[in-house]
Design a protein. Structure first.
Length: 406
């Protein structure tokens, strides 16, 4: 696995090459407003450093007990109007800074931010977490921290907190790899995904993944975040990412490799009346098997290339006969379509075959045949244009698809 920072081979961290710009001596030309902003940033850093120093002194003095507070953290939460996590982080950083003189000096000068300080403080807090059987004793760890701190502070002047964290983690892994492993395991245990449905049928997702799990999901989504179809408005990155997530799930269902449920492979089930499939006037909406409604045109689009089971009912959904499920598009015809169309047949579209559905030009519910002269491969975006947006299509004698707007 490739990493951006060089691997640490020894507990001590090698110092980077001397760079006169890394210390902030040569200031870039950022313009008058930019200069004011940078000056304000430094002023904010200096104020935060003063606050951290005062919190450390306040904590050591015990003065927080005067109003009956149980701990200094409780006092900070109440009087500073902070969340428990924020109060804890500020107190921990203040205590650690007393053991990190170079970091405290750079912080007080406004050269590094509170985020940089937090990364260094958390990353060098190793003495108490060492196993008793570890070969490094507390004095050795203190020496390594002192040597590494100078490197970390110099790096903080040139790097953002995220990249600084990588440098510190390399060093941390060299000193106590078991703690890095334990931290990774703990983050895996915190994986979560909330999925709720709104009143209008939309789904809202919110979750958290560890580094490895997130990288797996991101890699899969990135692979399916294809550029927009030619001629269509460019969707946002969040829209393309959502489309990619749906595509990952769709391909997983299509693979047939998921565990069975009730003797069947998991699949998307839609209940639709014959009147709706035939697009008759006044026909009802289609339904998913959980009762959620779906437009007739969306159901017709899904039915273009799907397994279909006939259920004859009488009255209020009383089933009289259930026919066997038949595939709308046999595999042989699907393969022939791929050979002919090579992907989405919509003029100018370059979507590959795996991104396409087989579309009935004359829907089979209206008597259209499942044959090459009545089928064309179209990507999901263009399939929606043909159904929900009512574009018209026909196959020319040369097998090319011709489309017209509604």
């Amino acid at each position: 696995m490739a990493v951006e920072e060089p691997a640490v081979e020894e507990p001590a961290v090698e110092e980077p090459e001397d760079d006169s710009d890394s210390g902030g001596d040569a200031e870039p030309d950022v313009g008058p407003l930019g200069r004011e902003i940078l000056d304000l940033f430094r002023a904010v850093h200096r104020l935060e450093a003063q606050l951290s120093e005062k919190i450390a002194a306040f904590d050591a003095s015990g003065e927080w007990e005067l109003d009956g507070s149980a701990t200094c953290q409780v006092w900070l939460r109440y009087h500073g109007r902070l969340s428990p996590s924020a109060a804890s982080a500020k107190l921990k950083t203040a205590r650690r800074l007393r053991l990190l003189p170079r970091t405290a000096e750079a912080f007080a000068a406004g050269e590094i931010s509170s985020d940089h300080v937090r990364v260094i403080a958390n990353g060098t807090d190793v003495a108490e977490s060492l196993d008793k059987n570890d070969q490094l004793d507390a004095e050795e760890v203190a020496r390594l921290v002192a040597e590494a701190e100078k490197v970390f502070v110099d790096a903080a002047r040139a790097l953002d907190p995220g990249r600084l964290c990588r440098v510190v983690t390399h060093w941390r892994h060299a000193v106590e790899p078991q703690v890095v492993v334990a931290d990774e395991t703990e983050k895996v245990c915190r994986r979560k995904l909330h999925m709720s449905q709104t009143l209008d049928g939309r789904f809202v997702l919110d979750g958290e993944l560890d580094l490895e799990g997130g990288a797996v999901v991101k890699t899969a989504l990135d692979a399916l975040m294809r550029p927009p179809c030619p001629g269509n408005p460019r969707p946002t990155a969040s829209r393309r990412r959502a489309d990619a997530l749906v595509e990952v799930a769709r391909r997983s269902l299509d693979s047939g490799r998921l565990p069975t449920s009730g003797g069947e492979k998991p699949h998307l089930s839609v209940v639709v009346s014959l009147e709706t499939l035939e697009a008759r006037s006044g026909a009802p909406a289609a339904e998913f098997d959980n009762g959620e409604l779906l437009s007739g045109e969306a159901a017709r689009r899904l039915a273009c290339d799907a397994g279909v089971s006939r259920i004859i009912t009488h009255g209020a959904r009383q089933a009289l006969d259930v026919g066997r499920r038949t595939p709308t598009i046999p595999p042989a015809i699907r393969r022939a379509l791929v050979v002919r169309d090579r992907g989405c047949a919509w003029p100018g579209c370059d979507r590959p075959p795996e991104w396409t559905d087989a579309h009935h030009i004359v829907h089979w519910a209206n008597g259209g045949t499942t044959s090459l002269d009545n089928l064309a491969l179209v990507c999901r975006a263009h399939h929606s244009k043909l159904h929900e947006h009512h574009w018209r299509a026909r196959l020319r004698s040369d097998g090319k698809l011709e489309v017209k707007p509604p």
